[in-house]
Design a protein around this ligand. Sequence first.
Ligand SMILES: Nc1nc2c(c(=O)[nH]1)N[C@H]1C(S)=C(S)[C@@H](COP(=O)(O)O)O[C@H]1N2
Ligand SMILES: [Mo]
Length: 406
Amino acid sequence: MDRRKFTFGMSLATMASILGVDIVYGALMPKGYQPLGLQDPDPFKLFNKDKEMVVLNNKPWNMEAQAHLLNDKITPNKFMFIRNNGRIPESIDVSNWTLTLDGESIKTKKTYSLSELKSKFQHHTYQLTLECGGNGRSEFNPPAKGNQWTVGAVSCAEWTGVRLRDVLEDAGIKSDAVYIGYHAADTHLSSDPNKEPISRGVPMDKALQDETLLAFSMNGEDIPLAHGHPLRLVCGGWPASTSGKWVNRISVRNKVHDGEKMGGTSYRVPCETVAPGSEVAESNMCIIESMPVKSLITYPKSGALIKEGQKLNINGHAWAGELEVSKMEYSIDFGSTWQNCSLEKPANRLAWQHFKATVSFPKKGYYEIWARATDSNGKGQPMVLPGWNPKGYLNNACHRIAVKIV
Ligand SMILES: Nc1nc2c(c(=O)[nH]1)N[C@H]1C(S)=C(S)[C@@H](COP(=O)(O)O)O[C@H]1N2
Ligand SMILES: [Mo]
C-alpha cells in the first residue's frame, strides 16, 4: 500500500479537529490509516495554478509566484499568489450570500444580499496592486517567522465590484467613524468557531476612496475560490491583508479596528528603526499603511544566457502603494551607474506600472541587472535590506537578476 496514505501517531481527535467534524466511524478505521479527507489534493489543479508556482505551506495553503511568472501586465489567476491565514470556506452558497454592515459608527445596521449589492450600486473596474506585507520576508536576518516569501507575493489583477463608499453611504456612517474592519467566512485552523483567522481593516479615508471595492469579479470572471469568491474587499496599495476575502460583514468602528491580526507584531512595524533582533514594546509598533516603492524584473528569467553582441530587452513592473512611481532605473555594474528605463503611467491609481529597457553589455561574462524604482515623493528602493522588524515586513530592496553573456 501507498505509504503516504498512512499517518503514524495522529490521534482520532487530532484528525477530527483538522477535518473540523467528528469521524463518525472513527473507531472502525484501520490503525494508522489516513482519511482521504486529510490527504493533500494537488494544489496546482485545485487552485488552477501554474506548475512553476511555489507552495510555501499547505495548512493553510500559501503559494507564491516567481518573478518571471509575473510578466503579464494584468496578473492571471494561474500566477497569482495565495495567502491564507485559515481554512478556505468549503461550501459557498452564492444565492444566499449576504453582507452585513454593523459597528458602533453605522447609522443603521443593514444586510444586503449579493444580488442586491450588484443591482443597487454602480459597478467599477480597476487594476489594483495587492502585495502581502511579508513579501520578501525570507531575506531578513535574524530570520522572521512566517511564510518565507521571496519576491512573488504580489499581483495586479483587474477587479470589478461596487464602491465600499457607496454601500457605506447607503447605510449611513456616523460622524465619529474612524475605521472599518472586515469579517469573513474562512475558519480558524483550530476549528474553534469563536476564533477568526484574520479580521483587519483600514481608516475611513482609505475605505472611502474611489478604488476601494467590494469586488465580485477578477479579470472579468467570478473571483476564484482561493481569492475570495463570492465577495472580496480590495484595498489596492496597502498590505494585501487589508483586502478581506470571502467577506460577509464590515464593521464601521469608532476606534481603530481591534480584530484578529490588528495588534501585537501582526502587520505592524517599529515606529522608529530598531537594531536587528531587538525586542520592541507594543506601544512602539505602528500599523503598516501604504506599501513602499518596489519593482520586479519579470523578463528575462534570472540565469538567462545571452549571445555576445545581442541587446537584451528587459521588462517588469513597479508600484509604490498610494503613490505613483516617477522613475525607474537599472544598473549592470552593481549599482555604480544607473540608466533610465521607459516607464508607463498606471492604468489607474493603485495599479502597477510597466517598465522596459534595452540593455547592452560591453563584453562576454557574468552580469547582474539591478532595478530601482523611485516614488513621486523622491523615495527610492534601498540596495540592501531595509529596517529589520520582528515579523519581516516591508522588504523593498531592489530586485536583481543574473545574466551571462556567452
Ligand atoms: N478572509 C481572509 N482574507 C484575507 C486573508 C485570509 O487569510 N482570510 N489573507 C490576507 C492576506 S495576509 C493577504 S496577503 C491577501 C492575499 O490575497 P490572495 O490570496 O488573493 O493573493 O489576502 C488577505 N485577505
Ligand atoms: Mo499578507
